[in-house]
Write a protein that binds this ligand. Structure first.
Ligand code: IMP
Ligand code: MG
Length: 178
């Protein structure tokens, strides 16, 4: 593996206050919905989702979906398959989908289309980080934690080859020359 350094781009305290703020907004929108299902996209969303749902005071069901996309370590190819499906029946329910980061948008768009086939009453999306510059398809995101222009990020659930998910802040991977 190439050598690299990590440069912090979002600190733990900023994440904590932003997540709380975001949770308050979502709660205001969803508190009167009956039958809410929160679905996290594994593995990246696990920490964000865990922090977010602990601020909610409305009843909910929780589930996960895991997808694999064929591509290199840094980019997804758009060729996607489900490796762990949801187990809760979402038909007629209000779904909030939680994703770690949206980059090209291909993964999220695919999962949204996949879930819509199960006929939820509504489908909203919350992403921890919106990385706007490489967007390849239009995807509607309802709630965004942070907007970032570029860079490959790790920490707070995000990985580089399964590493650094445990970091409480977000860091940019800086590859060393030579
Ligand atoms: P997209 O399909 O290009 O939007 O890519 C989304 C997926 O690629 C995310 O769910 C992540 O798993 C991964 N990904 C994209 N950018 C990053 C990053 O900066 N750090 C870690 N994973 C990323
Ligand atoms: Mg992911």
């Amino acid at each position: 593996m190439k050598e690299y350094d990590l440069k912090q781009v979002i600190d733990e305290q900023s994440i904590r206050s932003r997540v709380k703020e975001l949770a308050r907004t979502i709660e205001a929108d969803m508190r009167y919905c009956e039958d809410v299902v929160i679905i996290g996209i594994l593995k990246g969303a696990f920490i964000f989702m865990a922090d977010l749902v602990r601020h909610f005071s409305f009843p909910m069901q929780i589930d996960f979906i895991r997808i694999a996309s064929y591509g290199t370590g840094h980019t997804s190819s758009g060729e996607i398959r489900v490796t762990k499906d949801i187990e809760v029946d979402i038909e007629g329910k209000h779904v909030l989908l939680i994703e770690d980061i949206v980059d090209t948008g291909l993964s999220l768009k695919w999962v949204m289309d996949y879930l819509k086939k199960r006929k939820p009453a509504s489908l909203k999306v919350c992403v921890f980080i919106d990385k706007k510059e490489r967007r390849e398809c239009e995807v509607s995101v309802d709630y965004v934690g942070f907007e970032v222009q570029e860079g490959f990020l790790v920490g707070y659930g995000l990985d580089y080859s399964e590493r650094h998910r445990e970091l409480p802040g977000v860091y940019e991977v800086r590859f060393r020359n030579g």
